[in-house]
Write a protein that binds this ligand. Sequence first.
Ligand code: 3H9
Length: 697
Amino acid sequence: MSEVVAYTREGNVGVISVNYPPVNALSHAVRAGLVSALEQGQKDAEADILLLVCEGRTFIAGADIREFGKPLQEPGLPDVINAYESSDKPIVAAIHGTALGGGLETALGCHYRVALASAKVGLPEVKLGLLPGAGGTQRLPRLVGAQKALEMITSGNFVGARDALALGIVDAVEGGDDIRQVGLAYAQKLAGEGAPVRRVRDISDKVEADKGSDVFDQFRAGLAKKARGLFSPFKCVDAVEAAFTLPFAEGLKRERELFKECMESPQRAGLVHSFFAEREVSKVKGLAKDTPVREVKSVGIIGAGTMGGGIAMNFANVGIPATIVEVKQDALDRGLAVIRRNYENSAKKGKLTAEQVEERMGLIKTSLSYDDFRDVDLVIEAVFENMAVKKEIFAKLDEVCKPGAILASNTSTLDIDEIASATKRPEDVVGMHFFSPANVMKLLENVRGSKTSDEVKATVMAVAKKINKVGVMVGNCHGFVGNRMLHKRGAEAMALVNEGASPQQVDKVLTDLGFPMGQFAMSDLAGIDVGYRIREERRNAGEDVPASWMDKLVEQGRLGQKTQAGVYKYEEGSRAPVVDPEVEQLIESFRAEQGIVAREVTDQEILERCMYVMVNEGAKILDEGIADRSLDIDVVWIYGYGFPAYRGGPMFWADQVGLDNILAAVKNYNNTVGGEQWKPAPLLEKLVAEGRKFSDL
Ligand code: 3H9
């Protein structure tokens, strides 16, 4: 008997139970086990009806993603499901947890479905760059019609059990939490009624009703905007359409062909890498799994600006009270008003009820005194980037906070060790770098200082999870992982414009690569005075920082979106960047002043200089141990800067481009453009010499 799928009998019900932790994914062993258990059930004269049920936390959550890219071992999933659907004895699927992808497809191959009220179902293959490839695109529309099937399959969103019942995906929903008992009772009831075999492939009314409908073209038009640059959502529409134009068996064949196309696409590889990378980052290298985690039941936040307010919202959203401290009452009032407005906007969109808004506002307190931090478990400082100010704050926190409280800085660039040196407890000091808007962006870059204790590291990673962020642990250096790489890209983008490119040309190359916005649109969003101040500080410190056309913009009061003019101009109330002829003129006169003769800059050069400079810096970051693994860098960029997940992050992307190609270009720019940023990273040279990739490290 298979170890992962067992066949037993209870009364007249043959029970096929899957036990393959953690999520009962359809590995080869599970598929083979399902087939042999079915054969036993068919042969079992005492079994009138069969029940498919899973052990552990969930019904089958899909194909085993770890098998993707490896040669298929028979039986393939479509054959397993066809065998279940063809069974002469009725089969009931009993669903708890999440029936996803191949899991829901397996349930759709059964003749009846009963679910716990807490269960969810969905076909999330599109999020992995795929489409449901085991009959999901042919069976689901037969139950729910074209529109709903397209919505579910192209979005990958889950549906709760009650909605699934209303849609006809499941036949019954039960309370409680004992899925085996629920499944047995339902199967016995059906057997008692003499319920016949009922195959989804034979249900045709919805297909007939939607034949010839223009819903497919409408969907494609909608996706052209929503799924820009993506491959598989369009293939999903093609596959669902086949359910309405082809007989079932041929529809399955068409689905298979389209599934293979998706499976072979680089986007599938990028998205699967992103899926696992997001989960791997929670396992911090060198941190024992059983490291104790401190309880965080209340937090203090210093600074009621956009950042401080956004950070407070994260905690209030999960029921953790937050106290914000500022020096002036009007700053607190302003900050609180912004938080309220954000929540009320969510309520207007139907995402929160009025009670929830008040509940969350009730969890956010304000104060003018650090004394209110006496009992908090974690304090996050979110004031402007000035070391002297931060050190003063941390010295005060050291006096006020209870022993064991974690003292965190939201600094985006500054030295955590120097901040920690202002306290007598550097082991409790850590960086927690949120990304703006902090209530929206998923990334939390946790920065370990040289003395940060393991317990504190483990706790801030746990806090990230608790507030629904993706936490990545990184080392301490100027800009950490994300901003250190971003600054290199920013400087290169600015130089490209000096040399002859236009800001919009640079931005277009980046948005064509899949970024939601380009370098300059992003600078306008953040405020271009930020970079200006950094350049000025470096100049004052005697560094040789070349003059830039962007300095001129700031000197003219064009600070970005907040002044409706920066690198672009902005119409009142709009965030859409509009090319401004005044800026074009300013750039031209800057070039004339500097004696620069503009040359034609190709899109390829923009791509290489903006992206390879980041990859080269990423390699240095890895070499220095600032990031433990290349996947940590990938996750920082996907969740903090909108790097297209389907390209897997900058280091995964570099592997696909070919590290030898990248190194050759880096060497070329080292000779032609020059500068520290183009000195080839030793790690990049080593990997190329050894014929290895970042992902092999
Ligand atoms: C598919 O089905 C294709 C078919 O249409 C056609 C085939 C022919 N495989 O997320 P968690 C691991 S495509 C292998 O932390 P949660 C995961 O890596 C598939 N492993 O837990 C992690 O491992 P570790 C369609 C998987 O409770 C552990 O399980 N299905 C798979 O927050 C726990 O995961 C999907 O896309 C898998 N399919 O969330 C579903 N799934 O402990 C993808 C998970 O070593 N999965 N693991 O780090 C999910 O959405 C979530 O994992 C789930 C649980 C909601 C199930």
